[in-house]
Design a protein around this ligand. Sequence first.
Ligand SMILES: [Zn+2]
Length: 283
Amino acid sequence: MNMRVDFKRFDGLLDTTILSRSSVSAAGTGGSASLLRNLARLGIGKITLADFDSVETHNIATQGYELAQVGKNKARAVADDIAAINPQTEVLAHECPIEELTEAERQAFTSSDILLGVTDSIQANGLVNQWAIEAGKDALFGGCYAGCIGTEITGTFPDVIAEGRGCHRCFTDPRFRAAAEGEQAPPFFQRHVLVAEMLNVQLGYLIVSLLHLRAGSDLPITRLARRFLQQPLLMTRIDPDFYAAPGEMFSDLAEGYGALVSRHWHRDVPADFICPDCGTPGV
Ligand SMILES: [Zn+2]
């Protein structure tokens, strides 16, 4: 039997035509695995994936994989799941780091409506940021903080950059400079699946909202993206003492954008800072 997904419960909430004409590319399919599968459940027309990593037994407890997928490339595993969930979603899997995409593959990757930088690699997310700026595309970046105390989403948007209000790189520049100076993030980042799912739901809502907003929809779902474009940095507290715990990474948070530095990664932003990626002074 040739069944299709029935989207009738979306009426008044989501525009299935907009979703079916939309495309999303993701660098990193680990923590984002269930988000990417849910994009197929939402009827997104095309999903492009890139991940060099293979599923390991610890990923069952931290990411949306199954023991039967251990040993399988993560992008391939998610692509196969998507094909089973909704065959109407076109899916392409690159089983390599994004740095190794060919020029043609990179062009195709960056042709999507939204690019996702959801890897653990500062450099890989930085590359997604550069590609998004070059191609004039929207990009979203997500991660969780050490200790699973909160989540972070940043955005790169052509209209926000044109207004001189920065990009993902500006918001997270202290980390890039710390990494360039040889400082390493904790090698075995302790985490569990709940924090990944927290982030995935938030990213999913933002993606769907943004796709509707850019397509000119006036559905209420567009409000979230409209608000996010005003300040493309979303930190979500999971630990209720996120801001206050003595000695914790975020105990010395400043207001607003300045908050996006951990004690570990903190560097003072120079007064003459100009973002190497978007060319604005950031925020
Ligand atoms: Zn920037």
